[in-house]
Design a protein around this ligand. Structure first.
Ligand code: PLP
Length: 395
C-alpha cells in the first residue's frame, strides 16, 4: 500500500491564508448584507502597468504568427531578454548578479518551497519567527528539522543572529512579511558572517525589495560583501509590479555557491528545475521584461507610491492611537499589537467592523498578540478601514 510522506502528517490542518479564506466565506454566508474590507491576504488592487499589458498583447500576437510562434523554451531558466533585464535591475541598486545566475519562475512562493528539494533532510533549518508560513510548511513537508530565530518587540521584529546555535539553512526576508521590518546593512552583514562561520546557506526572500525607499537599506543580499559565497535570493513581481495573478518570480544562485561536499548549488538547482519545471509563458516573460524598462519602472513606482501612501495613513492611525507597531515605511505591511490572542482579534475585527486582517500567531509564536494589515487596498477602503479600526480600538 502507498505510504504518505510523513512530513505531511506534521502540518497544521490548513495553510494560514486558506483558513482566513474559510472564515471570510463563513462570515459572508451568515451576513450577506455586510460589506467586508479585505486587508488580510497581501493581494494588490491596482491593475497592471499599461506598459506590461502592451508588451503582453504584442507577445500574444507573435504567438499567433508562424514565424514568431514559440513552444518550449529550451533553457528552462527563462528567456535571455528577461534574465538580462533582471541583471540590469540588480546592477541599478549595486548588487552584483550575473545573467546566468538568474532563474525565472512563476513566483517566489514556488521557489521558496521548491528550493527545499535540493537540501538533505538532516540539515537544520532556521526560520525567523514570525515568518511567511511557506518556509516552515515546505521544510516540514520535506521532513527537515526547523528551529527558530526570534524576532520580537525587543528586537524591533528583526531576527537577531543567535548565540551558540548552529543552522545549515537560514530563511530571511526583508522587508519582512509579516512585520514590515527591513534589515540595515549591518544587520544583514551579521547574518552573512554567521552563515560564513557555520558553512550555512541563506535563502533570502526579497519579494518586497521595491518598497524600500531608504537608500541606506540593502535592496538585495547581494549588496552585502561575502553574500555571494553563502546566499540564494528569491524575488517576485507580485507585489512590486502587480503580478499576483499574472505570475512571475526569479531566483538568483551565485556561481560559486557550494554544498558541503563541494558540489555546485547552481548546477543542482538547474538540474532540479530541468526535471520539474517547464518555464513561464513567453507572453508573461515579455510583460515582465517591460517592468524593467524606464517607462515600466516609472509606472510600477507610481503604484508602489500609492500603496505607500496607504501605509502612511495606516501608520498615522496607529501612532495616533498610541499602539505599538512596526512596518509602514519601506514595507506595505503594518504589524501592530492587538493586546489579545491574535485569532480573537481577527474574529472581533471581522464581526464588529467587517475588516479582515491576518492574525500574527499564524506567522509563528512571536506573532501571538500581534496583527498584520496590508496597504494594498484602495485609498477609499484604507481610509474607511482605519476609521473602523479606530472606533474599535478606542471603544
Ligand atoms: N515571499 C513573501 C515574503 C511573500 O509575502 C509572498 C506573498 O505574499 C511571496 C513570497 C509569494 O510571492 P509570489 O506571488 O511571487 O509567489
Amino acid at each position: 500500500m502507498a505510504k504518505i510522506n510523513p512530513g505531511f502528517l506534521n502540518l497544521e490542518e490548513n495553510y494560514l491564508f486558506i483558513e482566513i479564506g474559510r472564515k471570510i466565506r463563513e462570515y459572508t454566508e451568515a451576513n450577506p448584507d455586510k460589506a467586508i474590507i479585505r486587508m488580510g491576504i497581501g493581494d494588490v488592487t491596482l491593475p497592471l502597468a499599461p506598459v506590461c499589458v502592451g508588451a503582453m498583447k504584442q507577445a500574444a500576437e507573435e504567438m499567433g504568427v508562424k514565424e514568431t510562434f514559440r513552444g518550449y523554451e529550451d533553457s528552462g531558466r527563462g528567456y535571455a531578454f528577461l534574465r538580462e533585464a533582471v541583471a540590469g535591475y540588480y546592477k541599478s541598486f549595486g548588487a552584483d548578479v550575473n545573467v546566468d545566475e538568474i532563474f525565472i519562475s512563476d513566483g517566489a512562493k514556488s521557489d521558496s518551497g521548491n528550493i527545499t528539494d535540493i537540501f538533505a533532510d538532516d540539515n537544520i533549518v532556521m526560520v525567523s519567527d514570525p515568518a511567511y508560513p511557506v518556509y516552515v510548511d515546505s521544510n516540514i513537508m520535506n521532513n527537515k528539522r526547523v528551529i527558530y530565530a526570534d524576532a520580537n518587540e525587543a528586537t524591533g521584529f528583526s531576527p537577531v543572529v543567535p548565540d551558540g546555535v548552529k543552522a545549515d539553512i537560514i530563511y530571511l526576508c526583508s522587508p519582512n512579511n509579516p512585520t514590515g521590518a527591513a534589515f540595515t546593512r549591518e544587520q544583514l552583514k551579521a547574518w552573512v558572517d554567521y552563515a560564513a562561520a557555520n558553512n550555512a546557506i541563506i535563502i533570502y526572500d526579497a519579494a518586497y525589495e521595491a518598497f524600500i525607499s531608504d537608500a541606506e537599506l540593502p535592496r538585495s543580499i547581494f549588496c552585502i560583501e561575502g553574500a555571494r559565497n553563502c546566499a540564494i535570493e528569491i524575488a517576485s513581481l507580485s507585489k512590486t509590479a502587480g503580478f499576483t495573478g499574472t505570475r512571475l518570480g526569479y531566483t538568483v544562485v551565485p556561481k560559486q555557491l557550494e554544498f558541503n561536499d563541494g558540489s555546485n548549488v547552481l548546477k543542482i538547482w538547474a538540474r532540479r528545475q530541468g526535471s520539474k519545471f517547464n518555464g513561464v509563458s513567453y507572453i508573461i516573460q515579455r510583460g515582465a521584461e517591460a517592468v524593467f524598462t524606464p517607462e515600466g519602472q516609472r509606472q510600477t513606482r507610481e503604484s508602489i507610491g500609492y500603496y505607500m501612501e496607504n501605509a502612511q495613513i495606516m501608520s498615522e492611525t496607529f501612532s495616533e492611537l498610541g499602539i505599538p507597531y512596526t512596518g509602514g515605511t519601506n514595507s506595505p505591511y503594518i504589524w501592530f499589537k492587538c493586546n489579545m490572542p491574535s485569532w480573537d482579534f481577527f474574529d472581533l475585527l471581522l464581526s464588529e467592523k467587517q475588516v479582515v486582517g491576518t492574525p500574527g500567531s499564524g506567522f509563528g509564536k512571536n506573532g501571538e498578540g500581534w496583527f498584520r494589515l496590508t496597504a494594498f487596498n484602495t485609498r477609499k477602503n484604507t481610509i474607511e478601514a482605519m476609521k473602523r479600526v479606530k472606533e474599535l480600538l478606542s471603544e
